[in-house]
Design a protein. Structure first.
Length: 238
């Protein structure tokens, strides 16, 4: 998929729903914030690209040193990755306008030449997947009390997305997309597959089958229709 990214045009930049809640970064700023995308700044890697730890000034979001700055997570999408401009744009437009205690906060983005980057609040405890399955050197065994609180927080985030206020079909609810802050509070991340839910006069929407094997409702896989009652299947609600 080496051609999934193209040089931004006025049209592609115009597709971004500008929000006062997020900042447009330059590539130079994010290169400085991540110490030139150094290997020891990497928080995670995947088919989408690489996530780096960076530092910015808390008030202005200008690049800062690790001694004085606020930590952030910078996702740099690979030009050959599984995510392209459409997924990047969905993430900017959904997280740019949605705000909830159980959704990860998008601080800004960079769209420059073929570079597509996203800047998020830093989630120091990583993903729920890492703690449940030991897929990180920094994982901890979670007590049942913490697990219940994480499940409740993730469910609240999902309920908000399915509410009339947000009306968003998440389509990628899984443990690797549930991130934990310093207090192990859960926040949903990765909105690249999200799309608008049904309108008031609709009971369902038709969509391509997207998401991760094992997390999608069987009826959705069979019919490619998303009914309101199926959207909580990955959370264990049949």
């Amino acid at each position: 998929m080496s051609n999934c990214f193209a040089k931004p045009t006025s049209r592609s930049e115009g597709e971004i729903l500008h929000s006062a809640n997020i900042r447009s970064f330059t590539f130079k700023e994010l290169r400085t914030a991540t110490r030139n995308f150094r290997r020891d700044s990497i928080l995670g890697e995947g088919g989408f690209g690489v996530v780096y730890k960076g530092w910015v000034e808390e008030s202005t979001f200008a690049p800062a040193s690790s001694d004085t700055g606020m930590p952030v997570a910078v996702k740099r999408l690979s030009q050959k990755g599984i995510q392209g401009h459409r997924e990047w744009l969905a993430e900017v437009n959904y997280l740019g306008r949605l705000s909830h205690p159980n959704l990860v906060k998008l601080l800004g983005y960079c769209l420059e030449d073929v570079q597509h980057l996203l800047v998020y609040e830093f989630m120091p405890q990583g993903s729920l997947e890492n703690h449940l399955f030991g897929r990180s050197l920094n994982f901890h065994s979670l007590s049942w009390n913490v697990r219940m609180n994480v499940a409740l927080g993730a469910a609240k985030g999902l309920a908000f997305l399915h509410s009339d206020k947000a009306n968003v079909i998440y389509r990628d609810f899984k443990t690797s997309n549930v991130l934990l802050d310093s207090s192990y509070s859960a926040k949903l991340s990765d909105f690249g597959l999200a799309r608008d839910g049904p309108n008031d006069d609709e009971s369902h929407v038709s969509t391509r089958v997207m998401g991760t094997d094992g997390y999608a409702a069987p009826e959705y896989l069979d019919t490619v229709l998303v009914w309101c009652s199926w959207r909580s299947y990955p959370a264990g609600e049949p």
